[in-house]
Ligand binder design. Structure first.
Ligand code: XMP
Length: 516
């Protein structure tokens, strides 16, 4: 959207900054700080001390990272940051960096430490009140052998003589307090916040109040449009904007014909009837099926769906006079990741809702400071039902990328029924929330079976269910056999044209979550 104007997110004045040294841990650290009711943001290491100061941090955490501080070109911090008088906590690489920049020594011993490790606490303020002997999660080869002048060593392990050290304003821990495998990790983060004098008052209610005020200020008496996808993010964004500007918001829901069973009815019911939001419901399945006819290649299908969506959305929104604002459910990880270095595109994630360059809306992005779990809490606080708030991620192109080969209305009908059963059985088994995504896939093959005395020649259904923390990696869910058995017998008995069920036991990588 080249011609659009971005809304600045209204965020609290004094964040805890998490400096990202390139490991996957920075987002986790920021989330843990927020769980302690303190607003936190991730920043790149290459800011100058005055740029850090301009962000008015209440505290700064240096994250872990894969580099060695002793290698040329290893990422570092402008030494002026240590003069700002802002409390600092270094974690793993961050702790080694503090030691090395302030005059201590970081060496490579014979053995590193990876995984669960016993740590002995000698004293100190940061670890006060915690067990003298505790288990921590380690992942390091280098270790700190001498701390800088003025620092005290407060804990050690077998292969890390300095597992924790501190001075008045600066502390470091060699281990990872942010991971759940460190039982007292959250307590250490909270202790650091408290001893740094950082007040822990940031809550979901604050976020709603702040965002409502920010949206009102941005939109004024203007009119905003929001494309609802049925997913959590656009739903919560719409509910939040509606709370701020009420009837100045119009939502557009495009029914692509590629949604899950009953999904469109539920969106309409929730937004129009329950929340009282003005909703244009566009039934556009025919447009999509025409464009998809004859297409079998996954990227061509995605492109056709994305382009058709844009045209249908444009037609629907053209009727909304003087709308200058477009609401989008962009989340904080999208912002961090799109500014990050991990850029290899495996699939073109053409999110339905992606809009063309020549639309000149100002974007309203009230969730751009939030993580997914926080968005869910905001949604619940705003009164959205669990079925929407706890909805699993669903790809923009919908069932179009879960039907291998050509997409036809008949195949969509088969897949909708099978997918409905898969999700219903998992929900009844109490597994829906612990599974990241679970769904049915309809491959483009048929096989022979026998039902009663009849030979059948039907489609298989593949069940895919994965656990994942961050979408980048995923593992197949260890669903109990009896649950799989119920899925198999119900799908075969209840869905016409299906005579076989398979379970996909591929992790990501090497597989992807979706089949196309
Ligand atoms: P993969 O299949 O790449 O999926 O492991 C990772 C996550 O992205 C979702 N996904 C998509 N979302 N448009 C979307 O909006 C797409 O084209 C698309 N393809 C995959 C997928 O459901 C999973 O959550």
């Amino acid at each position: 959207m080249s011609a659009s104007v971005h809304a600045a997110a209204a965020t609290p004045d004094q964040p805890v900054l998490v400096v990202d040294f390139g490991a996957q841990y920075a987002q986790l650290i920021a989330r843990r700080v927020r769980e302690a009711n303190v607003y936190s943001e991730i920043v790149a290491p290459d800011l100058s001390a005055s740029e850090y100061a301009a962000l008015s941090p209440a505290g700064i955490i240096f994250s872990g990272g894969p580099a060695s501080v002793n290698v040329d070109g290893a990422p570092a911090i402008d030494p002026g940051v240590y003069e700002l008088g802002v409390p600092i906590l270094g974690i793993c690489y961050g702790a080694q960096l503090i030691a090395s920049q302030l005059g201590g020594t970081v060496t490579r011993f014979e053995a590193g430490e990876y995984g669960r490790t016993d740590m002995t606490v000698a004293g100190g303020d940061l670890l006060e009140g915690l067990p003298r002997s505790q288990s921590v999660w380690m992942s390091h080869f280098d270790c700190i052998s001498d701390v800088p002048e003025g620092f005290t060593v407060t804990a050690s392990t077998e292969h890390a003589p300095v597992a924790a050290f501190e001075s008045d304003g600066v502390c470091g821990v060699q281990y990872h307090p942010e991971v759940s495998h460190t039982p007292h990790g959250q307590a250490v983060i909270e202790r650091w916040l408290d001893r740094s004098g950082i007040t822990r008052t940031w809550t979901m209610a604050n976020i709603i109040d702040e965002q409502v005020a920010a949206i009102r200020e941005q939109v004024g008496s203007g009119r905003a449009i929001c494309g609802l996808s049925g997913g959590v993010d656009s739903a919560v964004a719409a509910a939040l904007v509606h709370k701020a500007i009420g009837p100045q918001l119009t939502c557009v829901y495009v029914d692509t014909g590629l949604m899950r069973k009953n999904e469109s009815d539920q969106v309409v019911e929730t937004f129009q009837k329950t929340q009282g939001i003005e909703l244009i419901h566009v039934q556009a399945a025919d447009d999509f099926f025409v464009k998809l006819a004859g297409l079998t290649e996954p990227e061509s299908k995605r492109k056709a769906i994305g382009e058709t969506f844009i045209r249908v959305f444009e037609r629907a929104s053209a009727g909304i006079d003087d709308a200058h604002f477009l609401v989008q459910g962009t989340l904080y990880p999208d912002i961090v990741e799109s500014g990050g270095k991990h850029a290899s595109t495996i699939k073109s994630h053409h999110n339905v809702g992606g809009l063309p360059d020549d639309m000149t809306f100002a974007l309203v992005e009230p969730l751009r400071a939030l993580f997914k779990d926080e968005v869910r809490k905001v949604g619940t606080e705003l009164g959205l039902p669990d079925e929407i708030v706890w909805r699993q991620p669903f790809p923009g192109p919908g069932l179009g990328v879960r039907i291998i080969g050509e997409v036809t209305p008949d195949k969509v009908a088969v897949l909708q029924e099978a997918d409905h059963i898969v999700r219903e059985v998992l929900r009844d088994a109490g597994l829906e929330r612990e599974i990241f995504q679970s769904f049915a896939v309809l491959p483009d093959i048929r096989s022979v079976g026998v039902m009663g005395d009849e030979r059948t020649y039907g489609y298989p259904i593949i069940v895919r269910a994965v656990t994942s923390e961050d979408v980048m990696t995923a593992d197949w869910a260890r669903i109990p056999y009896d649950v799989l058995e119920t899925i198999s017998s119900r799908v075969i008995n209840e869905v016409d044209g299906v005579n076989r069920v398979g379970y996909d036991i591929t992790s990501k990588p090497p597989g992807t979550i979706e089949w196309e």
